[in-house]
Design a protein around this ligand. Structure first.
Ligand code: IPM
Ligand code: MG
Length: 358
């Protein structure tokens, strides 16, 4: 069995971290008896430089012909002044939408070995936490009507948050199914005290909840959620929310685990093809320094094995190797304490490779 995997390395540290994940995937595949063929395609700033657009047609075709897609990161100061429709980020939004990936899973748990790097007081995370944000990914304000016009006070700009019942229902179903396999609790995050789209969100989520036995649902306003994540992250199991709230809350959440360099994500649709990427950005400051943390991308590779290729044991194996490397004290810059020896991206990758075994 050979799986076809499209690689969208992107910009900044993207190429380095994707190379790390590929090395880990290759070794894991060997250990579990399957192979993967990797195909590079351009996305983001790298694509703009070569073709003039952030998402060339060849990339779209390549992704559509693959079993799954692994992405590094896009963007950087070099492309910041381009018009909105040819910015690197636009390519990322387009590929998510073209592949129909309306679900974004962003899990976070406290690694006991990294407890000291967690930004919270130790007593607040004494029992750890393990939550997943289910972010709606192809709707809401990211894709709503936008523009410039002349208003009451002169030139103005607007963006629109719009959700259909269908879009809310399908993401709610993902959240409830996920909760059934976890601890059975869904927190639906909105701003229903102000926004009409949130009121529809809330109503719809509750209607869908009735289809799911053994799952409880609670509503939480997004501002309150921002503080509850810090006050008591262990109260959450599955958080389901809109595109923009999910974007913001997942960056907040990353600080609970110690570093944004640790968090993977899976973008999924109705089929098995998914797009897997770290939640962090392209970190242009660290590009080429060899000092970035490959773990978020390596764990994204593990999610790919689990959700797209149904290779659950291989996915567990990668996750265990990461756990082991961390408990053995392996640390990249972002998770190193003053006493730790800092490993480079390549050294961390080697440390994880060494811990991959049957
Ligand atoms: C993310 C990123 C993207 C987003 C940007 C780069 C468009 O922040 O994946 O969280 O907002 O979705
Ligand atoms: Mg983000």
């Amino acid at each position: 069995m050979e799986y076809q995997i499209a690689l969208l390395k992107g910009d900044g540290i993207g190429p380095e971290i994707v190379e790390s994940a590929v090395a880990v995937l290759e070794k894991t595949g060997k250990a579990f008896g399957f192979t993967m063929a990797f195909h590079d395609y351009l996305l983001g700033g790298a694509a703009i430089d070569k073709t003039g657009v952030p998402l060339p047609q060849e990339t779209v075709d390549g992704c559509l012909a693959s079993d799954s897609v692994l992405l590094g990161a896009v963007g950087g100061p070099k492309w910041d002044d381009l018009p909105a429709n040819i910015r690197p980020e636009k390519g990322l939004l387009q590929i998510r939408s073209i592949l129909g990936l309306y679900t974004n899973l962003r899990p976070a748990r406290l690694y006991p070995a990294l407890a000291e790097k967690c930004m919270l007081r130790p007593d607040l995370v004494a029992n750890g936490f393990d939550l997943v944000i289910v972010r709606e990914l192809t709707g809401g304000i990211y894709f709503g009507e936008r523009g410039r016009r002349t208003g009451k006070y002169g030139p103005e700009a607007y963006d629109t948050e719009c959700y259909s019942v269908m879009e809310i229902e399908r993401i709610a179903r993902v959240a409830f199914s996920a909760a059934q396999k976890r601890r059975g609790k869904v927190t639906s995050v909105d701003k229903a005290n102000v926004l009409e789209s949130s009121r529809l969100w809330r109503e719809t989520v509750h209607r869908v909840a009735e289809e799911y036995e053994g799952v409880t649902v609670e509503d939480m306003l997004v501002d309150n959620t921002a503080q509850q994540l810090i006050r008591n992250p262990a109260q959450f199991d599955v958080i389901v929310t809109s595109n923009m709230f999910g974007d913001i809350l997942s960056d907040e959440m990353s600080q609970l685990t110690g570093s944004i360099g640790m968090l993977p994500s899976a973008s999924l649709g109705d089929g098995t093809r998914g797009l897997y990427e770290p939640i962090h950005g392209s970190a242009p400051k660290y590009a080429g320094t060899g000092r970035c943390n490959p773990i978020a991308t390596i764990l994204s590779g593990a999610m790919m094995l689990r959700y797209s290729l149904n290779q659950n044991e291989a996915a567990d194996c990668i996750e265990n190797a990461v756990d082991q490397a961390l408990s053995d004290g392996c640390r990249t810059r972002d998770i190193a304490g003053p006493e730790d020896t800092e490993l480079s991206c390549t050294e961390m990758t080697k440390a994880i490779l060494q811990r991959i075994e049957l």
